[in-house]
Design a protein around this ligand. Sequence first.
Ligand code: AMP
Ligand code: ZN
Length: 665
Amino acid sequence: MTIKQKIESLREELNTHNYNYYVLDNATISDFDFDIKLKELEKLEKENPSFFNVNSPTQRVGGVVTKNFETVTHKNRMYSLDNSYSKEDLLDWEKRIQKVLGTTDTEYTCELKYDGASINLTYKNAQFVKAVTRGDGFQGDDVTANIRTIKSIPLSVKDSFLQDFEMRGEIILPLEGFNKMNQQRVENGEEEYRNPRNTASGSLKLQDSTEVSKRPLDCLLYQVVTEENKYKTHFEILENARNAGFKVPKTIVLAKNIDQVIDFVNYWDSKRHDLPYETDGIVIKVNNLQQQDELGYTSKAPRWAVAYKFKAEQVTTILNEITYQVGRTGAITPVANLVPVELAGTTVKRASLHNADQIKKLDIRIGDTVFVEKGGEIIPKITAVDLDKRPKDSQVTIYATNCPECNTALIRTEGDAKHYCPNQFGCAPQITGKIQHFISRKAMDIDGLGGETVDLLRKEGLVSNYADLYDLKEEQIIPLERMAEKSAQNIINGIQKSKEIPFEKVLFALGIRFVGETVAKKVVKHFKTIDNIITADFDTLIAVDEIGDRIAQSIIDFFSDQANIQTIDRLKNAGLQLEVSAESLENQTDKLQGQVFVVSGVFYQMKRNELKKAIEDNGGKVSSSISKKTNFVVAGDKMGPSKLTKAQELGIKIISEQDFINKIS
Ligand code: AMP
Ligand code: ZN
């Protein structure tokens, strides 16, 4: 085999595995073996740059930065869809098209209406060449580099399909991935993304494609535009597109008549909440392509297709009051307090209003009758105000100018959707919130101290920031409400014990905005001591792996506040770990650089946590679950049987405690 053939065969093999995994959801190779093959291909491509191909599976990781997305005119316009809301609407539509066609012999393809951002993918000679957003339907933005990172999109398609065509689909964020992204944001003290659709569409416009490659985006396909006359029906095209490599959901069906369409609509109206992604309706398309041609387009939409919109579960109720919540970072969230109402099986009393702009947009006022909806999201939202029912004397809502908790004037910086209370050291929920974060399990892990107790301690004037915890005395706690000697002792012991918590967790505990667990680890690994971090300037900070402008600026801001510096001095005096301990420094190497470990079972020479720490100290990564990214499983006694099978299935190396110790010594 020549090198060229070897490279091509590896690419084809990896493409097939990607397809099986991301499109068919049916892995045919262990992640470990996949990575080996990918590395082999990477190496060959590097050694033979003349065989570079932008559509190689090695190019999925991103690395392209786009400052301005180029505007591109669509070769074929991207139309909207006409909507229908009832069975009568569907029957009317059928009558109309049958009249134009002069026949009652019509079949339909039924698809879900995927709720994301539409995309047009251009293929030439069966190779992916370009991806453009819908834009206004005539022109969109070229987002090719970002789209290339989405692994369910084939970069080259099988010969048996078409050669030159446009493939249209929807870029979506499945709910699970979306929720994970939000969890991470909450941990970092960032505002949650509102909904999967906007987040998917925002992801397409990220400047750094490496960032896009990390998001769990997916692409569901629904339309082919081509001049090749190979297929006769839409359903046939979609089925063949799936075989050629595209993710065409298995939910599509061919309906022989409008009754079967209505069955499909009814089925999904009740089952749609079980889908792993959001849908807001059904799309019905005339199946025969020749008939589609005859029907053509209106100025806005194809006549051969129609969307059926599900009724969002919606009720009306009255807005009693708008209150404002203050988060630990001082971010203000307006909350609508409603007359309680039943909606989709739960009683709704409150709904988030997000920020001042949202209130302005809705022009929502006290006493208004409002529409409350529950879509795929968990939190109900207010979609509109019923202006006909607005009381005559209603007053325009004036957004809070002062903090509801401490009365400090709120601020709003440019580019931030939220208002903030700047009184971080004097504002009750910020004080309590910061201490709660400080003592939480992933931070200082202080046992015996819960959120309510913290608030009690604050009210009693015993703590106003986390450094105060270390001055607490048992005698001060015992007299408090619902406290006994035993619980007071527990609290003090827990606080004492936290002095042993390693520096990286202490840094996370400080609650610096955007500094989550992972970032804290990175920063500590690089700077080693708190003093090094305090004195680091912006350029030094952004030079660290995975620290961007925003995180760097946030760290600088935090430490330029003298009050924070004083708090840190107090923590130092109390004996907290504010630098990497000498012994752990001694044991730090790069021996396990880039390797991912899963630890399972009972160990004898080291405690499980020590083992994990040893992995990280030597440059490795610890992961909690086995996946294709895992390199080694360190197996102790009584390793979980499901983990064992999974590791074996994926062909991941299983090593003993002793093997591991040999590895690092
Ligand atoms: P609308 O934006 O309401 O006019 O609806 C048209 C949009 O629906 C298209 O631009 C697509 O992005 C989207 N869509 C989602 N699923 C489908 C589907 N199965 N077939 C056609 N369009 C779809
Ligand atoms: Zn305040």
